[in-house]
Design a protein around this ligand. Structure first.
Ligand code: URA
Length: 223
């Protein structure tokens, strides 16, 4: 039946298996319910394309699909890696960096969120090797700081000291290792880095290694 073939294609796109396997699963009665409330093996179906995931990334996981070592994708259901359109992280955090990491399968949204033109605020909490000297906030705020190996100055960034060796830094770009390189330019060294905020989104108590889907309202707040 045409409807079954369409359903099999849809389920394959969600990563449940190949189209053939899904046709067999439908014939075997493993798919139940109606349009909005379909179930596979009795479980509600994964979200349709257009999903956005918020994760609290632990240290030691790489934002890549194929690197050696542990990958952030391992923290998601394996099926999510087989989705089409593919799910990808919204930019990257270094393996050692913890905190708020988004994933989406919405290509347009992804490009918008990682585009430097969007100037979305990202807030990081940094623990430094040496005490802050007091000049860092001005250095980062004045819009003239050029990172080593680059020629375009960084956009102004906001630093708030939260302790002798801790600071909260809000940036609107996402250059390679940007926060670590900014503190290096200020003569310091980042020992630990945590992203606490991405635009309007915060972790709100989500434990390390945990993830959740954004609500429609939260996803809208990103647009
Ligand atoms: N800046 C960094 O240096 N590392 C990150 O992971 C994110 C921002």
């Amino acid at each position: 039946m045409k409807a079954d073939r369409q359903l099999a294609k849809y389920l394959a796109g969600l990563g449940y298996g190949s189209r053939k396997e899904m046709e067999a699963a439908i014939r075997a009665g493993r798919v139940t319910g109606e349009c909005e409330s379909l179930r596979f093996d009795g479980e509600p179906l994964d979200p349709p394309p257009g999903m956005v995931i918020l994760m609290n990334k632990p240290a030691g996981f790489t934002c890549s699909r194929s690197d050696q070592g542990r990958l952030v994708y391992e923290l998601l259901p394996p099926r999510f890696l087989k989705r089409d359109p593919a799910l990808s992280s919204v930019g990257r955090l270094d393996a050692d960096t913890t905190g708020l990491l988004l994933f989406t399968d919405d290509g347009k949204l992804l490009h918008r969120l990682i585009s430097p033109k969007s100037e979305i605020e990202k807030t990081y909490e940094a623990t430094l090797a040496r005490p802050l000297e007091g000049h860092e906030a001005d250095l980062f705020a004045n819009g003239t700081l050029v990172l080593r190996g680059e020629d375009k100055p960084l956009l102004p960034a906001r630093l708030v000291a939260t302790g002798e060796r801790t600071a909260r830094l809000t940036i609107t770009e996402g250059r390679y290792h940007q926060v670590r390189r900014m503190f290096a330019a200020a003569g310091n060294h980042v020992e630990a880095l945590h992203r606490a905020r991405f635009g309007p989104l915060e972790l709100d108590g989500l434990a390390e290694g945990e993830w959740r889907l954004l609500t429609a309202k939260e996803a809208e707040s990103l647009s």
